[in-house]
Design a binder for this molecule. Structure first.
Ligand SMILES: *Cc1c(COP(=O)(O)O)cnc(C)c1O
Length: 394
């Protein structure tokens, strides 16, 4: 047996084996997997925009005008006017000075964090941060501290005991402190206490890097996310187009000087081909729809309320519900049985979530009907006793 097969077998023994499921339909509340129609309750397409005819038309139009590829990185010959227009629309949407596009949320996090926080800086990172944030922190040469999930008391302790910031100002020299966290946590579905966190950051002369991947399009009066509408100077925020926007790519919102700095220093920005025109145009159309059609958000929140009422044991303040099972094997067993019944709810296991907290991650969309949610809810209830047995296993 070779090394790779050996490793795969180990993964299988731990109940952590992953394989791909094949779709043969467009995204929507109902999708086709392996030739079978199933209800989709594990997509981040929260507003149902991923197959919206208007996004599709915008993409087709952009291809006809600008072609399929962007040809180069933006600093070479790939910087299309359309990208700059989208950036200024985003900055306005967020009430900030500037926005900068990135090829994906993953690109943004692994490029921005090591650029902003280097040697001599200190990073404070929430323990449940997404893998891309963790990788960004790992790539950074800054000193790193992990604080307990959403625990501002613990964060303050760490801020107090870590090396003091540069007395001049955290931004005038290296010696800055960066708090790295998420607006809506991707696997828990809970929210970061941003208002208090920003105050704490101010008290300790720290900057905040906020990942709003799951909050964009969902939270805020116009879907602008969790960051306050008068964008604070000590905040840098990241949002993605791959989730509620139904497109692909990401952006970072900041002051003008941070944007300029990132254009010069963020390696994932500098050394990667720019997003294709079709993707930019689709994201722009999504931004327009998100701002002009609050009823989509209202449908989503109505669905969230419905599920909170009917499955109070897994209540959530966001479209992400976490059904904790515990054991990885048990989680996959339940996920597979639900799929046989036509309900697709992907099991989530380590290292995506901490050891012993394997779960079904249930996500709602604005476009789910009440009948579809009802059907899913009754199947989950069928398996509730099933799942409680798994609680104590690692
Ligand atoms: C999905 C996700 C990302 C990555 O964004 P992509 O655009 O999919 O690469 C980053 N952070 C969080 C919290 C996410 O959930």
């Amino acid at each position: 047996m070779n090394f790779f097969e050996d490793e795969i077998n180990k993964v299988k023994e731990q109940g952590l084996y992953r394989s791909l499921r094949t779709l043969s339909s467009a995204q929507g509340p109902e999708i086709e997997i392996n030739g079978k129609k199933v209800l989709n309750f594990c997509s981040n397409n929260y507003l149902g925009l991923a197959n919206d005819p208007r996004l599709n038309a915008a993409a087709i139009q952009a291809i006809e005008r600008f072609g399929s590829g962007s040809g180069a990185a933006r600093l070479i010959s790939g910087n299309l006017e359309l990208m700059e227009i989208l950036e200024s629309e985003l900055a306005e949407f967020k009430g900030a000075e500037a926005a900068l596009l990135f090829n994906s949320g993953y690109h943004a996090n692994i490029g921005v964090i090591p650029a902003l926080a280097g040697e001599g800086d200190v990073i404070f990172s929430d323990e449940l941060n997404h893998a891309s944030l963790i990788d960004g922190c790992r790539l950074s040469k800054a000193e790193k501290h992990v604080f307990r999930h959403n625990d501002l008391g613990h964060l303050e302790e760490l801020l107090k005991t870590s090396s003091p910031p540069n007395p001049l100002s955290s931004l005038s020299k290296r010696g800055g402190r960066w708090i790295v966290t998420e607006a809506i946590f991707s696997m828990e579905g809970d929210l970061c206490p941003l208002e208090d966190l920003l105050k704490l950051a101010e008290k300790y002369d720290a900057m905040v890097y906020l990942d709003e991947a799951h909050a964009m399009g969902i939270l805020g009066k116009n879907g602008e996310g969790l960051a306050p509408s008068d964008f604070p100077p000590n905040l840098v925020s990241m949002g993605t187009f791959g989730k509620a926007f139904g497109s692909y790519g990401a952006f970072v919102v900041s002051s003008k000087s941070v944007k300029e700095f990132l254009i010069n220093k963020a390696r994932s920005f500098i050394f990667s081909t720019a997003l294709p025109p079709a993707v930019i145009a689709a994201s722009r159309e999504a931004l327009r729809i998100i701002q002009n059609e609050p009823d989509r958000r209202e449908s989503l929140w109505k669905n969230i309320e419905y599920l909170n009422d009917h499955l109070p044991s897994i209540s959530s303040p966001s479209p992400i519900f976490s059904i904790k099972i515990g054991s990885a094997e048990e989680t996959m067993k339940i996920s597979n049985r639900l799929l046989e019944e036509g309900i697709y709810l992907q099991g989530i296991r380590p290292p995506t979530v901490p050891e012993g907290t394997s779960r079904l991650r249930l996500t709602l969309m604005a476009t789910h009907s009440e009948a579809q949610i009802k059907k899913m809810t009754s199947w989950i209830k069928n398996y509730a006793t099933f799942s409680e047995n798994g609680d104590k296993e690692g």
